[in-house]
Design a protein around this ligand. Structure first.
Ligand code: GAL
Length: 302
């Protein structure tokens, strides 16, 4: 699969899973993401909400379309997932205690003024997920976001707040269905978004982008010894062709296979969002320094 390009599923259709994440469950991989499989609304850089796609794979290369895990609610114009709204960056985690799957995603109105998150639950990985809440976490605005599940099973919502000026790290309750009130604001006024998080050798790492909408900019990574500790911005981890513009992409998620971490990128095509491409790049840690070298192809976790 050529990095930077749109990829095909096992039926030969374009994979519609933008701003997504990949999780593993019972030996299978699941890729969730925004289904943008329609034309942009005329004169805009948005596509009506269709829903969150789910794809499954045994090898991270051949992806079978499992359908819409969370569907837009076409009937109720007031629904937070009505097609006229915005539903982005879905992230799914498995909850051991309840044996269910919990999805978090950025929910907004078309002008991005609501700034909230949605929470949805499902008993099976492919859905259907039921939306149980749409709100501002800890009464703060929330736009680009991710979910990170720590080794002790505690999960966190990381979200840009104060109109993307600052990043919040908010702990979730045991059901992963709400924030539990404990949060920290980090990288204050650094204007970072598109957070993607992992833990390596006892250190937490967060890759983010700058705030330039659909246009690429330089990635930066930050590190911290504690997830809710003081995060320190380090540098651009990208290496190779177009490394100063995140290879013309934007971070969305870090997943792990056999201890190795991989960064997922979106290559947004603002004028025709459904054609936006993907990359998956292996992350290297050289003496604790995070490095993401460009690779022309993604051929699975080797
Ligand atoms: C980007 C963000 C995307 C989308 C876009 C809309 O900054 O990362 O997820 O929200 O803005 O312009």
């Amino acid at each position: 699969m050529k990095n930077g390009h749109i990829w095909k599923d096992t039926d030969g259709n374009a994979i519609q899973a933008h701003g997504g994440c990949i999780i593993e469950h019972n030996g299978k991989y699941y890729w969730y993401g925004e289904n943008k499989g329609a034309d942009n609304c005329p004169g805009t850089s948005r596509v009506d909400v269709i829903g969150v796609s789910c794809y499954s794979s045994d090898d991270l290369v051949n992806w079978k379309y499992e359908g819409l895990a969370l569907k837009a609610d076409k009937d109720d114009p007031k629904s937070p997932i009505h097609p006229s709204k915005v539903a982005e960056r879905p992230k799914v985690i498995y909850n051991e205690k309840n044996n269910n799957f919990v999805m978090w995603l950025h929910l907004d109105d078309a002008s991005y003024t609501f700034g909230g998150v949605g929470t949805a639950v499902s008993e099976s990985p492919a859905g259907p997920f039921r939306l149980i809440a749409a709100r501002q976490p800890n009464r703060q605005d929330s736009r680009d976001m991710t979910i990170f599940k720590d080794t002790d099973g505690t999960a966190y919502l990381l979200h840009s707040k104060d109109w993307n000026k600052t990043m919040n790290i908010a702990r979730l309750n045991e059901d992963y269905t709400d924030v539990d009130g404990m949060y920290v604001s980090v990288m204050q006024d650094q204007e970072r978004e598109a957070p993607a998080v992992c833990m390596h050798d006892g250190m937490y790492y967060m890759v983010t982008s700058g705030c330039t909408g659909w246009s690429p900019n330089s990635a930066l990574y930050a590190e911290s010894k504690y997830i809710m500790g003081k995060w320190k911005l380090i540098d651009n981890p990208c290496e190779g062709k177009n490394s100063r513009r995140t290879f013309n992409g934007q971070s969305t998620y870090i997943f792990e296979v056999n201890g190795k971490k991989y960064l997922m990128l979106d290559h947004w095509v603002r004028e025709d969002l459904k054609t936006s491409g993907y990359s998956i790049l292996p992350i290297e840690f050289r003496d604790g320094i995070m490095t993401i070298p460009w690779q022309d192809e993604w051929n699975g976790a080797k």
